[in-house]
Design a protein around this ligand. Structure first.
Ligand SMILES: [Zn+2]
Length: 259
């Protein structure tokens, strides 16, 4: 059983065939799927998706304010905080949340980003829900906020920052996600020399598109086995072992019980 620890199932690109995407995931043994949200509207849509598909598929939810939302739509913060409080028993993560230094107005509205992320960190602690984190060009800043609040449960999705910060992330016991970018990027492949397999997650970040062998298709959970095959090669373990370790990682961080 494979893990997709970060996907945007609410995305419009999945509106036409969401059920097919989930069926394809299952046909490829990708059965643990964590769908994250980025603002109030997508949080609501994800809750609807959970109601519709949860009986048949092992979908789990993260609700949160993405740094993009914090910058461009700051009014969403208050009502999303209320929504998380209301549904804290339904979700398993706070996400997608974090900090970003690449968006055009990222620095202009840095204070907004920090305010939203700190609020998300507080909810994570209050409800004992791991953070599903976006940290583009801001991993150092994310790390210092996690330390400030003594956060224990955190997952850096699709990490792309420097190796020194990655070492510190690993030392803190946080988890790190690999997308299909692992298949083509030597820089990302080198991260596997820093992150022990026991702190690794796999994720599609669907519907995000990738270069390389997947360049003509939408990012989907069915691609996860390709990532695991590459991880098995890089970590020099059997594919079956990589599958088991990553599944146990998911279970450990998100405290799930399943068959
Ligand atoms: Zn994402």
């Amino acid at each position: 059983m494979y893990v997709d620890a970060h996907i945007h199932l609410y995305a419009d690109e999945f509106d036409m065939d969401r059920e097919e995407v989930l069926k394809d995931a299952y046909r490829n043994d990708v059965e643990l799927i964590l769908s994250v949200s980025e603002d109030y509207e997508t949080s609501i849509k994800n809750l609807d998706i959970l109601r519709i598909y949860r009986p048949r598929y092992k979908i789990y939810l993260g609700l949160g304010i993405h740094p993009y939302t914090a910058i461009y739509n700051p009014d969403d913060l208050t009502k999303t905080v209320e929504l998380i409080s209301q549904y804290h028993d339904t979700i398993i993560a706070i996400g997608e949340v974090g900090l970003d230094k690449k968006y055009p107005d990222a620095m202009k509205y840095w204070d907004r980003q920090v305010e939203a992320f700190e609020k998300m960190i507080q909810l994570s602690i209050e409800y004992f829900k791991p953070l599903n984190i976006h940290s583009r060009r801001a991993a150092k800043d994310v790390l210092s906020l996690l330390r400030k609040y003594d956060v224990k449960l955190a997952y850096f999705h699709w990490y792309t920052d420097d190796e020194e910060t990655l070492k510190e992330i690993v030392e803190e016991g946080y988890y790190v996600g690999f997308t299909p970018a692992l298949l083509t990027s030597k820089r990302i492949q080198r991260y596997t020399e820093i992150v022990p397999l026991t702190q690794v997650f796999t994720e599609s970040d669907g519907p995000v598109r990738y270069y390389g062998p997947l360049k003509n298709s939408r990012g989907e959970p069915k691609h996860i086995p390709l990532i695991v095959n590459k991880l098995a090669e890089l970590y020099e373990v059997e594919v079956e072992e990589a599958i088991i370790v990553i599944r146990e990682n998911f279970k450990r961080l998100f405290r799930l019980q399943y068959g």
